[in-house]
Design a protein. Structure first.
Length: 458
């Protein structure tokens, strides 16, 4: 980078917050994307850590003028390479923007982009409030969660990040600052521009602050493990639960072989001794009586639809143990995974999708473990490594799985996003007009294509 430009950046954010030291930079150039499909980071990267919106605005004005690529960086927990700087430029870490305020009267959190999910959960709890979403790793930062429209297992009850965001502060690639929305439940004044930035994966603007809707804290929670010997009966139960008026925080689907291997790797034990297929259901209520009433109704619905005896974890320790095993499935499979997919179909079509994935696996002689958020139709098939296979063969399988999801009325990604590694599939499964409109939006917001280039747009 030109020494004059480097000097100007240091003047904006402070010399101690600018570095190209490879030992420091290497911790900021990769995310959690599976290694075989993870794009290679560029060599010449300048790490910049601004303290506030003003400094970000000034850095972007300079970068836009000089046409220097800028890659926003959150917690690095993404799975599609969206935060990886694939060309030389600036990695702009948001970690110093870590202030949060809880407005208890309006049930809102005002969080800067660098606030972690863990901190949001803790601060909400201190105020007697609750942030229902739990999109994975608690080291993820709010800016990234919003930019990627993160989902998670609890989306069935209150939705994904998009459903919680009431306002945003965003710095455009040209340096202008937008303040969108507010502590409002209703806001119908023109186009909702904030919605464009949610899920844009850092390609249209840098989110610096979010106003997030919170909910009253549920005082009583329980986790049920519902065993089945018949997979069809497990899936048939899910709509029966939802039709009954019970909307759990989460309904997850796992299989014995996978959860037992994961539990063993953790030195833990899966609690269910019976059954091959499991629904894991999390419920929350305001009173103990209400909780037990819901649990009884759930048990009746499940057993009347073919389940074995449900297991109820009502202590925090038991619940944490079950959730730990479920949350570590990805970590257990990752060393042997070529890729982790994120296909989503209408919830009633989930079983059909699993059967089609199994058919593809049998056709190629490959194991494809599947688990996921069954009540919102979001599955995570893992493509496991086979010695001697080319990447083209894996891509052929991925393309077939995507095609089956599309045929069932679904999409290629429900929560991970497009990033760097799904662009070719977006081109295949979106219409030419949709792609054209996306390109025009990108050009409108980012005329010099400096912000997270090489991501999302084919």
């Amino acid at each position: 980078m030109d020494k004059k430009i480097l000097s100007m950046i240091k003047e904006i954010v402070g010399e101690e917050y600018v570095t190209n030291n490879p030992e420091i930079v290497k911790g900021y150039i990769y995310d959690e994307t599976a290694l075989p499909v993870r794009p290679r980071a560029a060599n010449n990267i300048l790490l910049v850590k601004p303290a506030n919106t003003y400094e970000i605005s000034e850095v972007l004005k300079l970068a836009n003028k000089e046409k220097i690529p800028v890659f926003p960086r959150g917690g690095g927990t993404g799975l599609v390479g969206a935060a990886i700087p694939t060309v030389d430029g600036i990695v702009l870490s948001l970690e110093r923007l870590d202030k949060i305020e809880i407005d208890k009267d309006n049930l809102m959190a005002i969080a800067e982009a660098g606030v972690t999910l863990r901190k949001l959960l803790e601060e909400a709890e201190k105020a007697g409030l609750f942030f229902p979403a739990h999109p994975g790793d608690e080291s993820a930062q709010i800016g990234g969660l919003v930019a990627c429209n993160a989902g998670g297992s609890r989306a069935v009850k209150t939705g994904v990040m998009r459903n919680y965001i009431r306002g945003l502060e965003v710095v455009l690639p040209t340096g202008e600052v937008l303040s969108l929305g507010g502590k409002l439940i209703k806001d119908n004044a023109g186009y909702d521009l904030a919605q464009l930035f949610i899920g844009s994966e850092g390609t249209l603007g840098i989110i610096t602050r979010a106003i997030i809707r919170l909910y009253p804290k549920s005082k009583f929670m329980a986790t049920l493990v519902i065993p089945y010997n018949n997979r069809e009966e497990a899936f048939k139960t899910v709509p029966k639960i939802l039709q009954s008026g019970i909307i759990p925080l989460a309904i997850e689907y796992v299989e014995r072989k996978l959860v037992e291997k994961t539990a063993n790797s953790l030195g833990m034990k899966w609690p269910a001794s019976e059954g091959e297929y499991f629904l894991m259901i999390i419920v929350s209520e305001q009173s103990e009586n209400s909780l037990y009433e819901v649990l009884e109704r759930l048990a009746d619905i499940c057993t009347s639809n073919g389940s074995l005896e449900p297991l109820i974890a009502d202590t925090r320790r038991e619940q944490d143990s079950i959730l730990k095993i479920r949350s570590e499935i990805y970590t257990f499979l990752k060393p042997e995974s070529i890729d982790i997919l994120d296909v989503t179909v209408p919830p009633a079509n989930v079983l059909d999708l699993i059967k089609r994935i199994e058919k593809i696996a049998n056709e190629y002689g490959i194991e494809i473990p599947v688990y996921g958020h069954v009540a919102d139709g979001n599955l995570h098939p893992h493509i496991l490594r086979i010695d001697g296979w080319s990447m083209e063969k894996y891509k052929e399988i991925i393309g077939k799985i995507y095609s089956e999801a599309i045929r069932l009325g679904g999409t290629i990604t429900g929560e991970h996003g497009i990033g760097a590694i799904r662009k070719e599939y977006l081109l295949k499964f979106k219409s030419a007009k949709e792609i054209e409109l996306m390109k025009e939006l990108k050009k409108l917001f980012d005329p010099n294509n400096i912000l997270n280039p090489d991501k999302v747009i084919p």
